[in-house]
Ligand binder design. Structure first.
Ligand SMILES: C[S@@+](CC[C@H](N)C(=O)[O-])C[C@H]1O[C@@H](n2cnc3c(N)ncnc32)[C@H](O)[C@@H]1O
Length: 269
């Protein structure tokens, strides 16, 4: 597959991210709540996998960036073989520089099945599929993931979806706030992509945190706070949002474009 103009945009975008953020966990995700919640979701899904299947999985982090997640996985699961696949050479180099034990990091492309390691039980994609230029390319990557996952196998996705993004912007427009655009490097998935994954022989798991676990956070930080904030008050990551978020019993609504989804490979394929 030759590099198209979107690939070049991605490479230039993440080259800058690598230069500006280095090994920091804020690289690619500046909102610490989202990063923390994503990690919690991933750990819960891996713990559940180990408990259910009574086996340690081999884990692949697709679009592993600077290796933040791989290092956190190594700290939590000292015995599990880890793999990372990364497209941007500068981020790949940063991930390599961590020297994570029993962790192979590959400079490659998630659309190419031959770039994947063999015999993987869990594939994680943390906002990586949405970096592909269109649904056709996203399908190609999903096909490669489905092919490379063994049984038992699990696909853990934290990806932005179009439908809740509409809900978020409707809530903003009620408060006369401007629409939040999709960043140039991203193409949001649609609900049909979940159906496509199911057609590839997976069922979607009902997870402990639920798909919309970030809904409160997005409503509070992207709607309520900007709508009520006095001029010149702190704009991002405020105590107000943290206070309200911690006071609410559970996440409601569908206001987070980033959905937490987990798909299990079915036995009969
Ligand atoms: C939103 S970032 C997330 C990085 C990391 N998972 C994190 O949370 O920091 C998406 C990552 O996917 C990588 N990526 C984009 N296209 C890719 C491709 N075709 N194959 C593999 N990785 C890709 C980017 O270089 C980037 O590191």
């Amino acid at each position: 597959m030759h590099k198209d103009s979107h690939d070049n945009l991605i490479l230039q975008f993440y080259q800058k991210v690598a230069k500006n953020f280095g090994l920091r966990s804020s690289s690619t995700m500046q909102d610490p709540t989202i990063r923390q919640m994503e990690m919690r979701f991933i750990f819960l899904e891996i713990d559940h996998y180990i408990h259910t299947h009574e086996a340690y999985p081999k884990i692949l982090d697709i679009g592993c960036g600077n290796g933040t997640l791989l290092e956190a996985l190594r700290d939590r699961y000292p015995k599990i073989p880890l793999y990372g696949l990364e497209f941007t050479p500068e981020l790949y180099q940063l991930a390599i520089s961590r020297n994570i034990s029993d962790c192979q990091i590959i400079l490659g492309d998630m659309r190419k099945v031959e770039d994947y390691p063999q015999d993987i039980n869990i594939i994680i994609s943390e906002r990586a599929l949405i970096n592909l230029a269109n649904w056709k390319q996203q399908k190609t990557a999903i096909d490669a993931m489905a092919e490379r996952l063994l049984f038992p196998g699990r696909l853990i996705l934290m990806e932005s979806f179009f439908e809740p993004w509409i809900q978020l912007n409707q809530a903003r427009s009620e408060m006369r706030l401007s629409l939040i655009p999709v960043s140039v490097q991203n193409v949001y998935l649609k609900e049909k992509s979940a159906r496509y994954i199911e057609k590839k022989g997976f069922f979607e798991r009902k997870t402990q945190m639920g798909q919309h676990a970030l809904s409160n956070h997005f409503y509070l930080s992207r709607v309520f706070h900007p709508a009520t904030r006095p001029d010149q008050a702190k704009g991002k990551f405020s105590r107000l949002v943290e206070f309200l978020e911690n006071s609410l019993p559970k996440s409601t609504g569908q206001y987070s474009p980033i959905l937490f989804r987990s798909f299990e490979k079915k036995l009969d394929i």
